[in-house]
Design a protein around this ligand. Structure first.
Ligand code: KIV
Ligand code: ZN
Length: 375
């Protein structure tokens, strides 16, 4: 069975989420949790960015974790030396390759960019580190130039190349074709890094894996610049659940990890978020709940279960609730209700629901007490 490697960038691109800054003790706890989760690579930060960032990467690199630790660097000596000095196992270098970014940010010729990339790879390899090369804005870069620069760094000894969809403009079919073309042109492993500007980051990452990508760059809860990055939990469970493609992720820690990142980042996970959201395995409608109480596969994908991701199935009460689920919740709580009383309880629950009120288990028990006391 095929295994895809997971490169987590929650501590680097995830921390670039506007308003998010993790203090050192949070970063250490996040790195330990990612290691427990089983990610293959942790991008711990950008050492040249600040003294604190350098210290954080160095501290994480020396925690003795099983995950490989990666440090980000622009293709400038100062950045690369900072990444090497941080003692990270791997240095991830990047440079813009699209026309728009070259013209407005780095203002160098295409030939010079290739030469700088090759020199940087050789320098990092001379220092005995793993090297990843990213052609930033790859999805808006001319394909011939993209192939040329990736081939040049491959010849220089790069260990893995990354194809970033920096501004999230890829679409699954086009990204599939791009990765397939690069896969046929190159011999090095391919990693992909997708942003979510159009809500396609997970779909694009998935398409890339089908086209032959070896590694996926993701963040927990999909946090990151602008609309964020591909969400680790969604990519991993899509690959596991729908394609039978394995990763080394211990999926039972996904919800626990999501909650930690929610707490430390202050970015709330919406209840309808796939896999880890509070409603991901919740059922309110009577028809659904009735089916699920008999066999969860009736109204859940079935190929994944709440237990697989560290979640719980919930049967929720509301105006859509049916007799079976209300009876089951009451019986589980020790109430014995006959059909007549159940009908009365149902009426009261629906009355509340129609008024737009949320009905909790405690509300239901209070209603049951009243009805049982009345009759
Ligand atoms: O989105 C991007 O292009 C990046 C690079 C640094 C890989 O985050
Ligand atoms: Zn990015």
């Amino acid at each position: 069975m095929r295994t895809v490697s997971v490169f987590d960038t929650t501590l680097r691109d995830g921390e670039q989420t506007p308003g998010v800054a993790f203090p050192l003790n949070y970063k250490i706890q996040i790195a330990k949790q990612l290691d427990k989760l089983g990610v293959d690579v942790i991008e711990a930060g950008f050492p040249a960015a600040s003294k604190g960032e350098f210290e954080a990467v160095k501290t994480i690199a020396n925690l003795g974790l099983s995950s490989k630790i990666c440090a980000l660097a622009r293709i400038v000596k100062y950045d690369i030396d900072a990444a090497l000095d941080s003692e990270a196992d791997m240095v991830h270098i990047f440079i813009s390759t699209s026309k728009i970014q070259i013209e407005h940010t780095i203002q160098k010729s295409r030939e010079e960019i290739v030469r700088l990339a090759v020199d940087a790879v050789e320098y990092i390899k001379d220092h005995g580190r793993i090297c990843m090369f990213s052609a930033m804005d790859a999805t808006r870069t001319e394909i011939d130039y993209l192939k040329q620069i990736y081939k040049a760094v491959e010849d220089a000894g790069v260990d893995i190349i990354n194809v970033p969809d920096t501004v999230g403009v890829a679409t699954p079919f086009k990204f599939y074709d791009l990765i397939k073309e690069l896969r046929e042109h190159l011999n090095v492993p391919i990693d992909v890094h997708c942003h979510n500007d159009f809500g396609l980051a997970v779909a694009n990452t998935y398409a890339a894996v089908l086209a032959g990508a070896d590694e996926v760059q993701v963040t927990v809860n999909g946090i990151g610049e602008r609309a964020g990055n591909a969400a680790l939990e969604e990519v991993v469970m899509t690959l596991h659940g729908l394609e039978g493609i394995k990763t080394n992720i211990k999926t039972e820690y996904l919800v626990e990890t999501s909650k930690l990142i929610e707490r430390f980042s202050g970015i709330k996970v919406p209840p309808n978020k796939p896999i880890v959201g509070a409603n991901a395995f919740s059922h309110e409608s009577g028809i659904h709940a009735h089916g699920v109480l008999k066999d969860a596969r009736t109204f859940e994908p079935g190929v994944i279960t709440p237990e697989m991701v560290g979640h719980k199935r919930r049967i929720v009460i509301g105006k859509h609730a049916g007799r079976h689920q209300i009876k089951k919740i009451l019986e589980d709580a020790g109430y014995q209700v006959d059909e007549e009383r159940l009908t009365k309880i149902m009426e009261k629950v629906k009355e509340l629901g129609d008024k737009g009120k949320k009905v909790t288990d405690l509300d239901l028990f209070a209603i049951a007490e009243v009805v049982l006391g009345e009759l």
